[in-house]
Design a protein around this ligand. Structure first.
Ligand code: ZN
Length: 323
């Protein structure tokens, strides 16, 4: 499998003949339905996004951004980045988190390096001070603007991430870390799977978990890491949801989730179901990812088969590891 960056495809800027553009848009639409599910499409249509129109042709914002922009909990508020796409859904959710009345906040995932967006985050911070910038994972739609935002917010501001390449300053993030700023307390959980450097932040005061791209507001996430890790991560988040009575998941894309246990159960069932289909295809003689796709995705447009092959390969790797 080649290296892929799942969360921030660049919108192609090259001009193509209109027929090509329309065909490509139809392909994107079909792929979105396959990857994110029809519930994702229903949501996007409800908020006014036309998947058949390029984001760079419109206003740069989707119609119903108010549903996501400004949402949150008592301590956390979302600032929606203007980078909607098939893989980033409505755009990246940046989170500003602070204790009520405190003079200092944390910012999770400053998002793309878009000056308008970084200014909007600062406006949301207001006259408070940014104590720390945190990253849920390395994908550019979350991390690209982090260092620039930190510098805009003040000389003292550091960026903490699990991946050393994305830090500003020498403090990282690791399982069990407790990040404190302005009286706020965030607990760090390492949750590999979407990427190998994914972390979640547990905010006990609001019974909320920042999930990055490990759990999205709708649809299912695409893996750039290992399926075995991802399944373990889902089980771990499900256990946390039960033990700590988690009230809300605050994802990297899409609306917040007010039924964490239910949504995690659905994620786990979806992954197990796909895995069972692949196992059955292998039992019936399929040997390669391509052969599995020809069976499991027989009803799907062949143009989507290469994308399906990536996820099937991850499943085959997982089955091989498990013996
Ligand atoms: Zn993302």
């Amino acid at each position: 499998m080649g290296r892929r960056t799942w969360c921030c495809p660049r919108t192609p800027r090259t001009t193509t003949r209109r027929g090509d553009a329309v065909r490509r848009d139809h392909l994107k639409y079909a792929l979105l339905r396959r990857v994110a599910g029809s519930s994702a499409l229903r949501h996007l249509e409800r908020v006014g996004w036309n998947p058949l129109r390029h984001p760079d042709h419109g206003s740069g914002r989707m119609g119903g951004m108010s549903e996501i922009d400004g949402m949150g909990t008592e301590r956390a508020t979302c600032v929606l980045a203007p980078n909607p796409s098939m893989m980033t859904l409505d755009g990246t959710n940046t989170w500003v988190i602070g204790e009520p009345g405190a003079g200092e906040v944390a910012v999770v995932d400053p998002g793309p390096k878009d000056p308008r967006h970084l200014e909007r985050i600062l406006a949301r911070v207001g006259d408070r001070r940014v104590g720390v910038v945190l990253l849920t994972h390395r994908h550019p739609d979350h991390s690209e603007g982090a260092a620039k935002f930190a510098r805009m917010a003040g000389d003292h501001v550091k960026v903490r991430a699990l991946d050393p390449a994305h830090r500003l300053g020498d403090e990282g993030l690791a399982e069990g870390d407790v990040v404190t700023t302005g009286g706020l307390e965030l607990r760090v959980l390492e949750i590999p799977g979407h990427t190998d450097d994914s972390v979640a932040f547990w905010l006990p005061a609001d019974r909320a978990v920042f999930t990055g791209d490990t759990v999205l507001g709708y649809g299912t996430t695409v893996l750039d890491g290992r399926l075995g890790d991802y399944l373990t991560t889902l089980d771990r988040l499900r256990a946390l949801a039960g033990e700590e009575d988690v009230a809300t998941l605050l994802p990297g894309h899409g609306p917040k989730i007010d039924d964490p246990a239910g949504v995690l159960d659905t994620y786990i069932a979806h992954r197990r179901e796909r895995l069972a289909q692949v196992e059955e295809a292998v039992r019936n003689g399929a040997r390669t990812a391509r052969e599995v796709v020809e069976t499991v995705y027989a009803d799907v447009d062949r143009k989507l088969w290469p994308a399906a092959e990536w996820s099937v390969q991850a499943q085959l790797d997982y089955l091989a590891e498990r013996g």
